[in-house]
Design a protein around this ligand. Structure first.
Ligand SMILES: [Fe+2]
Length: 487
């Protein structure tokens, strides 16, 4: 492929990192700069759209690319890489036909109304993953989980927790494992019935025990269901920020004349509602209201006295959707949000907000063993001005004394969500590493950078892949190593 440049000193733009990776690989990473830490034992998984085109056609939105799981398996100083597409019906059928056969969040099938009438968007299984209760799942909030073999990454099929996820129930990409109980808490947009005004929206909530059994479900009634991609989890509460990115009239979407993406708008007259749900009863226990805005991704949340402290990335528009629906346009900029910390007083109903960092950021992550309890360090992907600021090009290590260390990538290199990996026998919160997949626009290849996650915050090594990895959304780490059969 030809390298697209930003126009500034011929620096490659991020857009090459959106090109398809159609090949599925399985090999040991042997081209290494620096030393692979021997105190990492486990598997770093990532998910994201592996392709943005089928045949000659671009998908109508980044969210519609087909999910491709990647696994970096660490054991005794060696690292094995593997990538596999999730064999959803969309992937299988479109691969065979080499054309768009399914509607998406922002993609229409050729042929206008006749082709799109009453067809619901397909689930591309492309957003995130989880390994919990013995199941490796690829997730997208528009559908059900897809299960994969953690050793081979072969697709096992759509996953419903033995039928507990009923036909109408979808499952978000941002469930969280509650460390004290080992339970996995997730949710999805739902409908609890029909009233005079039409369908009654609700949050469907799910609780799954450490053995992988979905044992509690409930519906939290709400007035409207805005774009609600993530939630926060403290020890006793699930906290939902129902923000100002709202869905307009869905009738044209159902009829097939427009896409969901066309109907999603930031409405600055819609105040942000904060709904606090008790994890034991799965009932709403408190509601807060604040100025218009939206939180796409949350960091940690924890309880402190009468307060619930919640970290999130605040947006005051949804201009990002224009970029996401036209990803190959080199004029478009992929930006982030602003790192805010909220304090929700459960006794008085007051709500306070402070800005934690002044660096444009997204994808906040932290040591997940502290999820729901007080943490001191959060990591983010950042957009900074390094002469090629069209994508995430830095990572930050933020401590809550107002300090942020930022590591900036060279212009022409583009980053992703940094994921914390504890050392074997880690002694403290930041005793481990950050994993960061980076796209090298000069060579059209990707590499996995590993940084010390503690205050030293320096690069330890770079593991070079033989090819590029299309920009991905989310990853996670598990201290398990999954041998492939026959290896
Ligand atoms: Fe996300």
């Amino acid at each position: 492929m030809s390298v697209q440049t930003t126009g500034v000193n011929e620096i490659p733009s991020c857009h090459g990192g959106l090109e398809n990776l159609d090949t599925e690989y399985d090999y040991e990473l042997v081209e290494v700069e620096g030393d692979i830490p021997i105190d990492i034992k486990g598997t770093f998984f990532r998910n994201g759209p592996g392709r943005q085109r089928i045949g000659e056609t671009k998908y109508g939105h980044w969210f519609d690319g087909d999910g491709m799981l990647c696994a970096f398996s660490f054991n005794e100083g060696r690292v094995h890489f593997k990538n596999r597409y999730v064999r959803t019906p969309k992937y299988v059928d479109e691969t065979a036909a080499q054309k768009v056969l399914y509607r998406g969040f922002g993609t229409q099938i050729d042929g206008g109304l006749r082709s799109n009438f009453l067809k619901m968007p397909a689930n591309p299984a492309n957003t995130s993953g989880i390994y919990h209760g013995g199941h490796l799942l690829a997730l997208n909030e528009g559908g059900k989980p897809w299960a994969l073999d953690p050793g081979t990454l072969e697709t096992l099929g759509e996953f419903t927790y033995e039928g507990e996820l009923e036909a109408s129930m979808v499952f978000s990409a941002h469930g969280k494992v509650h460390p004290r109980t080992g339970d996995y808490i997730n949710y999805g947009a739902g409908i609890s019935g029909f009233g005079l005004k039409g369908p009654k929206p609700c949050i469907n909530m799910y609780r799954i025990n450490a053995a992988g059994k979905l044992f509690r479900k409930a519906q939290i009634p709400i007035e409207n269901f805005p774009f609600c991609h993530d939630f926060a989890l403290s020890d006793r509460y699930a906290i939902f920020f129902l923000g100002s990115i709202v869905f307009g009239n869905m009738l044209p979407v159902i009829l097939g004349t427009t896409t969901i993406s066309d109907q999603v708008k930031f409405d600055d007259k819609v105040a942000m509602q904060v709904v606090v749900v008790d994890l034991d009863t799965f009932k709403e226990v408190k509601r807060f209201e604040t100025t218009p805005g939206a939180i796409i991704h949350f960091g940690n949340a924890f309880e402190e006295g009468d307060n619930i402290v919640v970290d999130g990335m605040f947006q005051d528009s949804f201009e990002a959707n224009d970029t996401l629906s036209d990803v190959f346009n080199t004029a478009n900029r992929f930006g982030g949000g602003w790192f805010l910390r909220y304090r929700l007083n459960m006794k008085t109903g007051e709500m306070q907000t402070e800005q934690v960092s002044d660096v444009e950021s997204e994808f906040p992550t932290f040591n997940n063993t502290l999820l729901g309890t007080k943490n001191n360090v959060t990591y983010t992907a950042c957009s900074v001005d390094n002469g090629a600021n069209s994508f995430f090009n830095a990572i930050s290590r933020v401590t809550f004394d107002g300090h942020a260390d930022v590591v900036t990538l060279q212009p022409g290199y583009y980053g992703s969500e940094p994921v914390f990996v504890p050392k074997v026998d880690a002694k403290g919160e930041d005793d481990g590493y950050l994993m960061e997949v980076v796209y090298n626009g000069f060579e059209h290849k990707s590499e996995l950078l590993i940084f010390r996650a503690d205050a030293a915050f320096e690069q330890v090594c770079s593991l070079k892949l033989k090819h590029h990895l299309p920009h991905q959304f989310h990853g996670f780490y598990t201290p398990e190593v999954f041998p492939a059969p026959g290896s």
